[in-house]
Design a protein around this ligand. Structure first.
Ligand code: GLU
Length: 396
């Protein structure tokens, strides 16, 4: 069960102007898994190209405080290009793709080391994850990344994620970490994404152009009007302007993840949000579990069928995973991560799910006890044929 609950019905929230008191946004304490995205311009000093260590130390204090309360914390950190270009003494201004990639190769080393040091000094282990657009869109890679993240979190480590800039060509690049962070958040079934930015939220108009622009504290739904407010501006160091943030908000909220944009330039920026500081909340009426089940049930083309026995069918209805032991037979040439239909002994469809094995492997372990998987396949494997979290039953 997710702990995040929104007190008032979302419909009643409307768009509020900053001058009115904001009393009905969710409290950070209500979330169990939070992704915090840190932009380059916050982490790297604009003039010197050096890391802002003091600021980062204070942010680490905020993250550790969440972690101590039992929250799973993930960081999506930019900064590799900004740091690397200093080390490589690349000229100011825009870089060519291969220059950015060279800068990222150099900068990522110190970025990851720094995160590891600041979190390590507070008793937390950091794990580096570099992903590309493909890794979050192609289902097998997506599942692998999801499982790695899940395991790190289970071990109470903090995944520190960035785009794998050195291998990503223009077509397979996100290019901005706002959308990457949103994909990571939905992939990790996070219930909150915090975008720390160089602006404190979404304004009715670009604030540097329009003196009457006001901050919107709560966006219950991303309407055409909200999209129009985004403009296109990006600061020099960070790639993502408000447009990519709105794109990120769409990805996050569709995946059942709330999102907040807040000013990261202050010391202890996450604590500031927790204390009710200025920011914009993008709310979702869903949650990651429901959104994922909807995605599995509705948007994926099934590649095969698993016929299960009566006992397994009953067990699924009580919330269990599908184990190989309950499988009678399989049809289709599916790959690990594909969606397959689950049928009961009478042939009725009872649900769909993402299968943990390729068709050939699945056939070999069908009907067998999970303890036998390693002996049969010659390697240890997941004990479930379809994990509970990867399954949507018709009754749900
Ligand atoms: N992945 C890039 C970096 O680490 C940054 C992209 C962004 O700032 O959005 O430098």
């Amino acid at each position: 069960m997710l702990r995040a609950r929104l007190k008032p019905p979302l419909k009643k929230l409307g768009i509020r102007k900053a001058r009115r008191p904001v009393t009905n946004v969710p409290s950070l304490k209500n979330f169990r898994r939070i992704v915090v995205k840190v932009g380059s311009s916050l982490l790297v000093d604009h003039t010197q190209g050096a890391l802002k260590r003091d600021w980062l130390e204070a942010l680490a204090d905020d993250l550790v405080a969440l972690h101590r309360e039992g929250c799973d914390v993930l960081v999506v950190s930019s900064g590799s290009i900004a740091l690397g270009r200093t080390f490589l003494k690349l000229p100011k201004g825009s870089l060519r793709l291969e220059e950015s990639q060279a800068a990222a190769a150099v900068g990522q080393i110190s970025l990851a080391r720094t995160w590891s040091e600041v979190l390590g000094a507070r008793g937390i282990t950091a794990g580096q994850i570099l992903v590309t657009l493909n890794d979050t869109e192609e289902r097998q890679r997506y599942l692998n990344a999801r499982e790695t993240i899940g395991k790190l979190l289970e071990l109470r480590a903090v995944p520190v994620i960035n785009e794998n800039d050195t291998v990503a060509t223009t077509e397979i690049r996100y290019g901005d970490n706002d959308r990457l962070a949103a994909r990571v958040a939905t992939m990790a079934s996070a219930d909150l994404l915090v975008l720390l930015s160089d602006i404190d939220g979404l304004y009715t108009a670009p604030p540097h152009e329009d003196p009457n622009a006001t901050l919107i504290p709560v966006v219950p739904r991303i309407s055409a009007e909200i999209e129009a407010m985004a403009g296109g501006a990006a600061s020099e160091m960070s790639r993502g302007g408000m447009r990519t943030k709105i794109e990120a908000a769409k990805i996050a909220t569709t995946g059942g993840t709330h999102m907040v944009i807040a000013d990261g330039r202050v010391t202890n920026p996450v604590k500031r949000i927790a204390e009710g500081g200025r920011c914009t909340w993008f709310l979702t009426p869903s949650n990651p579990v429901t959104a994922r089940k909807k995605w599995i049930a509705g948007s994926l083309e099934p590649r095969g069928t698993v016929h299960i026995d009566e006992g397994a069918a009953k067990a699924l209805l009580t919330g269990a995973s599908l184990l190989p032991a309950g499988v009678l037979r399989l049809e289709g040439s599916f790959a690990r991560g594909d969606c397959i239909v689950i049928r009961d002994p009478r042939g009725a469809e009872i649900g769909r799910g993402l299968v943990a094995y390729d068709a050939l492997e699945a056939a070999r372990i069908a009907g067998r006890n999970s303890r036998e998987i390693e002996a049969i396949l010659g390697m240890p494997g997941q004990s479930e044929m379809i994990h509970r979290d990867d399954m949507a039953l018709g009754s749900e």
